[in-house]
Design a protein around this ligand. Structure first.
Ligand code: ADP
Ligand code: MG
Length: 248
């Protein structure tokens, strides 16, 4: 059984197909890279999974249940979290507070209520567990806006993890990072993947990164899925070489 299935999914903007008849499956515990040049449809692929856009045609299934058509907050509740290409957090709050908001929201708790029942310790433990996972324990007290770009992306991933997602979507997690930050973020993704067993789909421009960490790769070009397979297969794929790798 696949965790996620797309069946003949198309997404049109006017007459332009950002996604064109995509059929694919993602297995549990995959670390799947979606690659393709700018405008290939990668972000749209995420947007139809998370419910930001309803597919024009076709359907998206999560654990064999149709999710396309559901609003984004319902899809999050089913176990799909994303972090954004643009950093999305509370800039004036600390790292700890940002994660705590996520933990409280996941448990549908109000901070004051939680204090009253004397279980704030449990919330704090969960926040610390997540900060540890995303390597931000030392920076728990820092205000989010003062973090480096790389650390902000780590924090965003931490916030996404407060939902205990079964599927985590990371759109260009290393966008705008220095090579050093990119290396650290890639290690972090691998680490989170291994420690939590979360299925992860990410997009990434640096093909060395893609080939070094992913278990599977999907190649999009002009909204079409032109290849899918393991890193070795994709490296050897003629279509991919011509369409994409040739540009590098
Ligand atoms: N909200 C939108 N409205 C109109 N066109 C869009 C929208 N989102 C994406 N597109 C178009 O769809 C195509 C695929 O975009 P996108 O999914 O962002 O590609 P990628 O993430 O691979 O760069 C592009 O031609 C883009 O201009
Ligand atoms: Mg994009």
């Amino acid at each position: 059984m696949n965790l996620l299935d797309l069946r003949n999914v198309s997404k049109l903007f006017g007459r332009m197909a950002a996604l064109s008849d995509i059929t694919c499956g993602v297995k549990e515990n995959d670390l799947l890279a979606v690659i393709g040049p700018n405008g290939a449809g990668k972000t749209t692929f995420f947007n139809v999974i998370t419910g930001k856009f309803k597919p024009t045609e076709g359907e998206v299934l999560f654990k064999e249940e149709r999710i396309s058509g559901l609003p984004p907050h319902k899809i999050v509740q089913k176990g799909i979290s994303r972090s954004f290409q643009i950093v999305n957090l509370y800039p004036d709050l600390t790292v700890f507070e940002n994660v705590r908001i996520g933990v409280l929201a996941h448990n549908r708790l109000d901070l004051s209520l939680f204090k009253a029942v004397g279980r704030i310790g449990k919330v704090n433990d969960e926040v610390n567990r997540i900060l540890d996972l995303v390597h931000l324990k030392d920076k728990a007290g820092n205000v989010a806006t003062n973090l480096s770009h790389g650390d902000q992306k780590c924090l965003e991933m931490g916030i996404a993890l407060t939902r205990h997602p079964q599927l985590l979507l990371l759109d260009e997690p290393t966008a705008g990072m220095s090579p050093e930050e990119t290396g650290q973020t890639v290690e972090l993704i691998r680490d989170v993947w291994q420690k939590t067993g979360t299925t992860i789909i990410f997009t990434e421009h640096d093909l060395n990164v893609v080939f070094s960490i992913s278990t599977r790769i999907m190649v999009l070009q002009l909204g079409q899925l032109i290849a899918e397979g393991g890193p070795k297969e994709i490296r050897a794929n003629e279509k991919v070489r011509k369409a994409y790798l040739g540009e590098e």
